[in-house]
Design a protein around this ligand. Structure first.
Ligand code: PDD
Length: 279
């Protein structure tokens, strides 16, 4: 792969960052994942806006302007001949030259991007769904900022796997916040899609924003409110959204089948509508 790092295009083995980088020592970094489909960037405006919001929230200066950022996205997909897959980008506060909890506002950020070729349309999970396990949400209080502090979501997903499920639905005060790296939804018996409202407790998903608009455009009712694990068990359907998985059905939680335990009709329809709309 050809990787972008601080203004240079490099073979991946040559893209190196200092051990003193605050991204490495303090997870002092913001990231984004944008999907490429048919050679086109999906929901690019949403991802670039969230990147600026996240870097702004922790006071990291964006190392490039808007035009350059878009051009880099296009160039990295082209250079790696990727027409379907993901672009990962990360901006850390940079390398102060020594380990120090304090930082100054004149630091030069470390900025890199790489691609991951991946089939995003024809996926097993898109068709068959996944199962989830509920795991306590022990993340920090600003989950709306897309930082690289991903240790807890990673441990939660491992715990879910140990329990025989594919992923974790995180639970705070008895209510589902989100999936380890995606937005969570249920569908009620009367076909209302329910998802948690935006707050500091969840990431404002870019796919969430698009999926809700597409749902409403197609006459699907949406209600933004928190829901409990018991409501998930009693729901007709469940699904999740993320840039890398679009709309994907969820068929069981903690070993209880959701609905008939098969991917729900509305979930699959919303997946098709989302893909159709983006193409
Ligand atoms: N994850 N919630 C969390 C905690 C996430 O990490 C993500 C994205 C989402 C969905 O956001 P979006 O629709 O903008 O992708 C929700 C990315 C894909 C990742 O970490 O790889």
């Amino acid at each position: 792969r050809i990787v972008y790092l601080n203004g240079e295009w490099l073979p991946e083995a040559e893209a190196k960052v200092s051990v003193f980088d605050r991204g490495y020592l303090f997870s002092d970094a913001i990231y984004e994942v944008t999907c490429v489909l048919d050679g086109k960037l999906l929901d690019y405006d949403g991802h670039s806006a969230r990147l600026k919001r996240s870097t702004g929230a922790i006071g990291i200066k964006m190392p490039v302007d808007d035009e350059t950022l878009l051009s880099l996205h296009r160039q990295i997909a082209e250079k790696n001949e990727m027409t379907e897959g993901l672009i990962y980008l990360q901006v850390s506060r940079g390398n102060p030259g020594d380990r120090d909890f304090m930082f100054t506002d004149d630091m030069t950020p470390t900025f890199f991007m790489f691609t991951q070729k991946k089939n995003v349309i024809e996926t097993k999970t898109g068709k068959n769904g996944i199962t989830v396990a509920s795991v306590e949400d022990l993340r920090w209080g600003r989950c709306d900022i897309k930082t690289t502090q991903l240790l807890y979501p990673s441990l939660a997903k491992m715990e879910a796997h140990e329990k025989g499920a594919d992923d974790a639905w995180l639970v705070r005060d008895g209510l589902v916040t989100e999936q380890s790296s995606a937005t969570a939804y249920i569908v009620t018996k009367d076909d209302v899609v329910i998802t948690r409202p935006l707050s500091h407790e969840i990431l404002p998903g870019i796919t969430r924003a698009s999926a809700l608009v597409i749902a409403e455009k197609n006459g699907i009712k949406v209600e933004e409110r928190a829901f409990s694990v018991d409501e998930v068990k009693a729901a007709k359907e469940a699904f999740y959204t993320s840039a890398s998985n679009f709309v994907t059905p969820v068929t069981a939680i903690d070993g209880h089948p959701i609905g008939d335990g098969k991917p729900g009709a509305l979930s699959l329809k919303l997946r098709d509508l989302y893909i159709e709309d983006r193409r």
